[in-house]
Design a protein around this ligand. Sequence first.
Ligand code: KG4
Ligand code: ZN
Length: 332
Amino acid sequence: MISLGIETSCDETSVAVVKNARKVLSNEVASSIKFHKKYGGVIPEIASRMQLETISEVAASALQDARVKLKDIDLISVTCGPGLLGSLLVGISFAKSLSLSLGIPLLGVNHVHSHFYANFLQGKVINLPFVALVVSGGHTSLFYVRDFDRIEPLGQTYDDACGEAFDKVAKILGLGYPGGPLIERLALRGDPNSIKFNCSGTKNELDFSFSGIKTAVLYHIRKLEASRCSDMDKQIRNICASFQHTVVETLVKKAILACKLKKVKSLLLGGGVVANKSLRERFISAAVKEGLACHLPSLGICMDNAAMVAGLGSELFKKGHRSNLYLNAQLN
Ligand code: KG4
Ligand code: ZN
């Protein structure tokens, strides 16, 4: 079964071809990030205009890379939410036109679920049920997954998403956008134990909150500026290392607690923040200690991409799920 995936939930325009839910034949990703950089975040109007301009070209090269013709496609899987309204509508409208004109079944796929599905594209055997943690620029969610259509939310963020916190802290420190990779690089030369930050206290212990740590960074930097600190570069490296360390330890602690509460032996991660190397290393060592199998998507499929959408779409299609031409963007 050949599934064409379409992903336009944020600033990427991605189209992929996946065979039998697991084998990636192509995965084209065009990002408009360079047009957002100077604003310090994604501007929805710019993102959707770029997507409108590029989607046909991206789809054509995904088909060409996969050596597949439109007549070979059995399913069109498209991200229907959550995400930016205008961006989602570009992908959904494109998917609907293909479906209607070629008579190919259509299926709307949840973007957050597709992030942890990325692990199934790597040829590994993963047993159900499992706990999944998705940490991206828009979401921080823990799920108990019995099956691809039996997903129970266990926890989520009260405020900022984890990647959003990286982006906002980088902005406070004047580092640029997107913040995750910039903080990660500076953290390598900082002391993770130099500043005591905290982001683990939430009413439900499987929920998350990152706005407090972001404000703590802001107050810390203001204090340093007021004291005319002479070694600001070193202080910024220490802030990055301590912030990253605190966030990663909180994610590890809550994900492992979720596995214990649900009595599962597999933990799957997904989302852009999982590109962070110290997060990856820390999760692997914690999982070994707890006797858990920890699955991480390779760097190329942590970020938004359409292969994860095409794959999850196929699994749901096999279970009888279908969308029709009334498919609309689902913002939450
Ligand atoms: O999953 P994604 O591509 O888009 C959303 O669905 O939101 O994630 C993008 C987020 C951004 O906030 C970015 O700063 C963060 O992932 N990110 C990182 C790293 N690389 C990207 N965060 C921490 N460390 C990284 N190396
Ligand atoms: Zn995403």
